[in-house]
Structures are given as C-alpha cells and as structure tokens.
Design a protein around this ligand. Sequence first.
Ligand SMILES: Cc1cc2nc3c(=O)[nH]c(=O)nc-3n(C[C@H](O)[C@H](O)[C@H](O)COP(=O)(O)OP(=O)(O)OC[C@H]3O[C@@H](n4cnc5c(N)ncnc54)[C@H](O)[C@@H]3O)c2cc1C
Length: 530
Amino acid sequence: MSLALVIGAGPTGMTAAIELKRLGMDVRIIDKGSHIARHSQALVVQARTLEQWQRYGIAEKAVERGRKLTEVKFWSNSKNLVSFELSAIPSRYPYVLFLPQTETEALLNEMMESLGVFTERGTELIAFIQKADGVLARIRHPDGSEEDTAARWLIGCDGARSMVRKTAGITFEGGGVGISFFLADLVLEGPDVPENELALHLHKGDVILLGRLSDKITRLIAAVHSKQDSHTLRELTIKDIQDAIDGAGVQVKVLSSEWMTPFRVNDLQAKHYRSDNVYLAGDASHIHSPVGGQGMNTGIQDIANLAWKLAAVEAGAPESLLDSYEEERAEVGRALLSFTERGLKMATTSNPVLEAARDLLIPHLTQLHAVQKRLLAFISELSINYRSSSIVSDLGGDGSLRAGDRMPDLAINQLIGQRSLLADWTQAEHLAVILNCTDSEIYELTPRLEGVPQVMLNGSQLDEEGLRLLGNDAKLLLVRPDGYVGFRGPVVRAAELEGYMQMVGLHQAIPNLEQAAIRTSRVIERSHLF
Ligand SMILES: Cc1cc2nc3c(=O)[nH]c(=O)nc-3n(C[C@H](O)[C@H](O)[C@H](O)COP(=O)(O)OP(=O)(O)OC[C@H]3O[C@@H](n4cnc5c(N)ncnc54)[C@H](O)[C@@H]3O)c2cc1C
C-alpha cells in the first residue's frame, strides 16, 4: 500500500511529493496530463515560498533562474500615484521573484526526481472510496487499463476542478467576478515598459499590470470592463491587447506576442479541506484573482502545513493533529480571498467618486511606514500566523514573537565575530531555540528535548530586531517543521512542554524528521554557536 497518493503534479502536488518524501514517507504521484505545463500562469514567487525552498536547497537556483522585482508602481489615469520599494520585506529574500510557472514546475520536478519520486503521467484518478484505514482509488493508465490501489492518505492537488473535492462531496463556495481578464507575454517598446518594477495602471475600472519577465518579454495582465467576456468567445488578437493598453493610457506598443489567453476569475473556497483520509490543497481548495500573486504560493504552503502532520501521525502522534490542517489553512484561505476580492474591487472600481477617493488615499496610506510594513508582510506571505490554532501553546513572556508566528531568520552573532542567519545553521525539521538559560536550566531541559535539535542563544548574540522579537527573559521556543513557533514559554513549565510535545508527536522522536534534516542541511550542534 502506498502511504500517500498525490493526485495532480502541478506546483502543489510536486511540493506534496517532495515534503512527504523528505519526511521519509512512501509517496506516489499521478497526473492525467502527459507533460508539465508549457505556459506559465503564475509568475510571482513570494519570499515565504523562497524560505520554504531554502529548506529543500533550491531557493538559490530559483533566484538564479528568475528576475528580482524590487519596486511596485501604481499609476492612475497616467499619473504616478505612488511607488514603493520591496526591499523592506523582512526576509533574506527582500523582493518578489518573477519566475515563470514552467520554471517553477521544472525546478520542483528536478527536486522531486532527485528524491526518487517520478510523476506517473497520463494517469488519471477516476474514482475512490474511503475505508477505515485509508482510501481505495481507481486510476486509469495511459493505455486505458485500470488499477485499484490502496493508500493511507489521498491528497487532492488536482486543481480548481478537483475531482477529489467533488467525489469527497465537498462544496466549492463563492462566486465569479464579472470582468474580462486576459494575460499576454509580449515584446513591447515605449517609455512605460517596466524595468525591475511591477507597474499597475488603473483607468476608469480597467487595470493593466506589467512586469518584466526577461530582457525581451514582458507579462501583461489586463482586467477590462468594457469588453466583458467578448474575449472568451473568440481568439484574442494583438489589437485587443493594444486597445486595452491604449485605453488605460499606457505608453507602450506591442511588437509581438509569445502567448496570450483570456482567463476567468472566481473567488471560491472549499467548505472543508479534509474528509477523513482525503485532503485538499492548492487550487483544489481555493481560487481567486491573481491580485498579489498568491495562489500558487498559498498551495505550496498548504502542503508545508500538512506534510509534517501526516508524517507525525504516521510515526504515532495522535490523529487529532490532522484536524489542525483545516483549522489553520482554511483561515489563511479566507483571509486571502477577502484580500484579493477587496484588492480587485478597489483596483477595478469605475465609480468616479470612489476612484477619486482611492487615488487620494493610496499615496497617503502607502507612505505610512506601518501600512507599508503590513502590506509587504501580507503579500510576501510572511505575516501568516497560526496564533489562534489549537495546536500551538503560548505561555507568555517578553518579546513580540508568539507561538503561532513564523520563526524569523534571526541574525546571530557568533563569538568569533561572524554573523549568520539561523536558517544557514539549521533547517532541522523540529527545532528548539533556548534563550538565556542557566546551566542548571539547560541541564534539566535538554533530556526532555531528546531527539530535537537545539540552538542555545544568549541575548548578546541577537541584534536589536532579534531582541525585539525574542525578548531577554529565559525561554524556550519550539519551532515546527513548517517553520512556525509551536511552543513559547519559560523553561520551567515542564508539564505544558510535555503536553505540547505529546500533541505534536515529538514524544515518538520521529526518526525520519532528523534524517531529512541531515540530508539537506547541517544539523546544528550546540558547539557551533558557542
Ligand atoms: C493569470 C493567472 C496568473 C497567476 N499568477 C500567479 C502568481 O503570480 N503567483 C501565484 O502564486 N499564483 C498565480 N496564479 C495561480 C496559480 O497559477 C495556481 O494557483 C497554481 O497553478 C495552482 O497549482 P495547483 O498545483 O494547485 O493546481 P494546478 O496547477 O491546476 O495542477 C493540477 C494538476 O492536477 C492534474 N489533475 C486534475 N485532475 C486529475 C485527475 N483526476 N487525475 C490526475 N491528475 C489530475 C492536472 O492535470 C494538473 O496538472 C495565477 C493564475 C492565473 C490564472
């Protein structure tokens, strides 16, 4: 019996195969398509995804293959409303990476195959039933033959029209957006061709977004009121594109097109992300407008949240841990849909009063440091947190970082005068960060953390930002494999620590978690930091 059967080898499905395999699970992945995507929908890779890829060792390759966008410029009726820098994104990747989805998929595919997992192409899931101990799935092979296969878990990464979602009887709730959208990869000339910025041109409810893919090609995404749905009824032409560009007062001329296509936008979310042994992730569980470049990134992070929980349960953690997948990720999906819906409404309003108010407010608001900070943290997906989750445990303490927050990539001063970032030292799957503890506290604590790699720090090793986040009191932080703080508290609260470790399966000292860390990184030794 294959342990996990992943349906769909898009970015979400391949991430599932990678994460599960890294955690030592047996995984099978199928896709009904005969090849990986030839055209790119998603371009934007957010900082949080790059942080996740750093764990697999592919972030630098992605950065090499992509193009860094360092600024966003808003234009309304040909007037530059505001520009803001992306360099304030609080990550080692302080930019938005433009990487065509074809490249993203190629990169994930290389990584997945290097782990010994290969997509079975032309292979379709046609039915499944739930059983007490898993799922029985019927799949059709390229030659038409059918196979019944059992799996412990079925993970539906099969996109917006998800057969897994439908068969599980999970509704997809929400509605459509009544505007015509199209995208095109173009060769352009003219003063408004962007360089390293993302340019958003707004004009009477129409939107033209331009971002440079390569020296030659620029990606255009257009939302156009006036031609509602006419583009979906016939083939798009360069004239349609040029008309939309001219209508928004953007000064560029289309010389040629590599690819253009209309697309529809719906804001839909699955009512549940789980039905017994079946899980939904990526577009199978949420779709929305491409505002902010979030969809693929969110799918990739759905999996980061799910995979370690499956591995932990497989290794003996209580099954209830799995309920937290929907609890944590459906909340993220709801916030995302609300953000993209509001963003799209604001950008596409054709009401002259609202348009004027927006044009007045945007420059003021976005110049406020706090607003900029929040916006950048949201878009880069760094501000996602699980503070209200039932599987995080926060016992209080100083410092603003709480259980449920993303563990930041702390800058750490070492005695020999060097500085390093935490993630350069360790990408251990579970990690204990112990701050400002006395020898006797450490002596008492470490046996309780057996099997969990530990980093011991004192306040003098942290910079101002590190101290703001972690505070100065003696404390213990337990970081989950998806990079979020699961437990924060004083070192003396043994009973609560015990309870937390039981809940997330750390009592079983999940063997493969450590092996995964050793394979992909240097597991930290205490002596490294002292
Ligand atoms: C114009 C546009 C621009 C976008 N830009 C961005 C962006 O910049 N950043 C971003 O993050 N997101 C963006 N998105 C969204 C992004 O493209 C999607 O979120 C992403 O492709 C979803 O990945 P997925 O793996 O979940 O699903 P998909 O990519 O849809 O993959 C699903 C796979 O499942 C397979 N499959 C389906 N049914 C079966 C079955 N029964 N058996 C076997 N296999 C099956 C399919 O063949 C397919 O390969 C954009 C979307 C659009 C339309």
